[in-house]
Design a protein around this ligand. Structure first.
Ligand code: GLP
Length: 242
């Protein structure tokens, strides 16, 4: 595992965006696994800036997002589809046909999950998977205690995740209780993984995930076993990872 130390959020965003842009430059038709959350916003802003300067071309890039809230249609203001459009897709020359996000509004769980995994397989897997981390160690929406062997599935969100994500909604009661998420197995099959983290509130979980035992109680700890894993964090986030 490689650890890249950044000064602050801005520096972390640039360093992570550099790795994503290198992937696109080396392989213009790359399959990118994308994530949502506050951590990713600076990375997407940086990619958009480089696109604006003519340094990046997304026309052949395919994207596969990690997760989506259950029961939110793609055009709901808080859906992850909307997040991705606002922060990246509508600001670069992405081909809409190459965008993949589970359909949160489709209640047929078995079908949504099976078709999502099939589309990842059809694409030949994910070249670079971008990840954030929840303060409870979740990646995507793989919450503590889930099995490492899972592919795309439907999950019940924990109270701590609902609390953490409530800031994006008008009130806590509006946060969906369930989500579709790629499983740990799907994430571990990505050729490369890039986990980005920023801020003091991620320091303790990063210590547990990368210095502690590999355990489903800390889903991100499985990344210790990934053959090509890079962690980019700012000083605060990495402060307990010496
Ligand atoms: C959500 C997302 C995760 C993300 C996490 C952390 O739960 N499903 O993919 O990593 O939030 O978000 P933030 O970057 O806002 O701390």
């Amino acid at each position: 595992m490689k650890i890249i130390r950044a000064r602050d959020y801005r520096d972390m965003s640039r360093k992570a965006a550099n790795i994503v842009s290198a992937q696109i430059i080396m392989k213009p038709n790359a399959v990118l696994g994308l994530a949502t959350g506050g951590t990713m916003e600076g990375i997407y802003d940086q990619l958009v800036e480089w696109y604006g300067k003519g340094d990046l071309d997304f026309s052949e890039v395919t994207t596969v997002n990690l997760d989506e809230y259950r029961d939110l249609a793609g055009d709901h203001p808080q859906s992850y589809m909307t997040y991705m459009r606002v922060h990246l897709f509508d600001r670069v020359n992405m081909d809409p046909a190459r965008i993949h996000i589970p359909d949160g509004a489709d209640p047929d769980e078995a079908k949504v999950c099976r078709e999502y995994e099939e589309s990842i397989r059809r694409l030949g897997g994910i070249d670079l998977q971008l990840l954030g981390i929840g303060t409870d160690g979740h990646i995507g929406f793989n919450e503590p205690g889930g099995a490492f062997e899972m592919e795309t599935h439907s999950v019940e969100l924990t109270d701590s995740t609902i609390d953490a994500n409530a800031r994006f909604f008008a009130c806590r009661d509006d946060v969906p209780r369930r989500a579709y998420t790629m499983g740990i197995k799907s994430i571990m099959q990505a050729h490369k993984v890039l986990l980005a983290a920023s801020g003091k509130n991620k320091a303790e979980i990063l210590r547990r995930a990368f210095l502690g035992p590999v355990t489903p109680e800390v889903p991100a700890s499985i990344l210790q076993m990934h053959p090509d894993m890079t962690l980019v964090g700012d000083e605060e986030a990495l402060s307990l990872l010496e």
